[in-house]
Design a protein around this ligand. Sequence first.
Ligand code: CP3
Length: 344
Amino acid sequence: MTETKKILRALAGETLDTPPIWMMRQAGRYLPEYRATRAQAGDFLSLCYNSELAAEVTLQPIRRYGFDAAILFADILLLPQALGADLWFVTGEGPRLSTIETQADFDRLTPVSEIDAVLSPVYDTVRLLSRELPEETTLIGFAGMPWTVATYMVAGRGTPDQGPAHALKDSNPALFDQIIDLLSEATVEYLSRQIEAGAEVVKLFDSWAGSLKGDDFDRYALEPARKIIAALKARHPGVPVIAFPRGAGARYEGFARATGADCVALDDGVTPVWAAAHVQKDGCVQGNLKSSHMVTGGQALVDETRRIVDAFGKGPHIFNLGHGITPDADPENVQLMIDTVRGR
Ligand code: CP3
């Protein structure tokens, strides 16, 4: 069958006249309809585990903007929760988790074979979405990458420099490697379940890859990505994988080749002209527009959007932001970005 969904065509390496478009965190607090549904759910985690409402917020940006892809509404920290970590969100501050500092903390975690007891509502969300999405819209599942998830599990919260995870990896590499291996195995199971439920593409978020330097980048970002992608491809041949090693800088070059990713998501730290020459030569790229344009709008948004579309115009490209849209963004600026990409 010839593929008709634009996102899947770009991921297969096709150069399209107009790039397909979606947006990281497209279901989020900048949308009044999201805030209303979240209030109905009670809090963020209750929303993630309420399949009907999670499907509803996933669909909201599709209805409003007609994006080419929907991304499952969930969070990368649901997996550590399923592995037995305590998880809660402090309003205005972010996530909090029980910490892993010792072998004994690690040994108390739940076996990978038991994660579905917590995560089955997420698979139900995927099933609902694959029934309800318009036929031209691609459904993307996702997980956090082991390094990024480990930074939260070790520190018990988000950290500006991922200091606690770096300290544990350097002082107790044997323990740290066990955490990475457990998360790698759990991630393959979690994503396989999402694919079986109807996810057509999966995205791997390594939001803190940029703090890994030199050999550490190979060991904790590149190698886990290679292993996870190989395991997924063995089980689900033909399901494309998008990798997002945020902050990778020069290490973006060669990342797709080394890991087997079908597409690399770019943050806003590289120029589109450089990335076209050094990253897109190996396949599809996605991303790069600074999220702050969704706050500031105007001619700068239009100019930057066009610059990215032009730079990536000769190869496979999915238009997206360099990171998630922020709560202070103006929904009208999102429409302006879409109209600019689609030439209206
Ligand atoms: O992109 C989407 O629309 C899909 C849903 C999605 C969420 N989180 C929902 C969410 C996805 C793909 C994520 C990924 C995620 N979660 C990452 C990787 C991507 C990135 O942003 O770097 C990370 C690091 C997390 C962990 C996380 N979740 C943090 C640090 C926070 C708090 C910061 C914040 O933005 O408030 C969250 C909360 C979160 N995850 C929100 C949403 C919509 C906001 C929660 C709310 O509604 O109050």
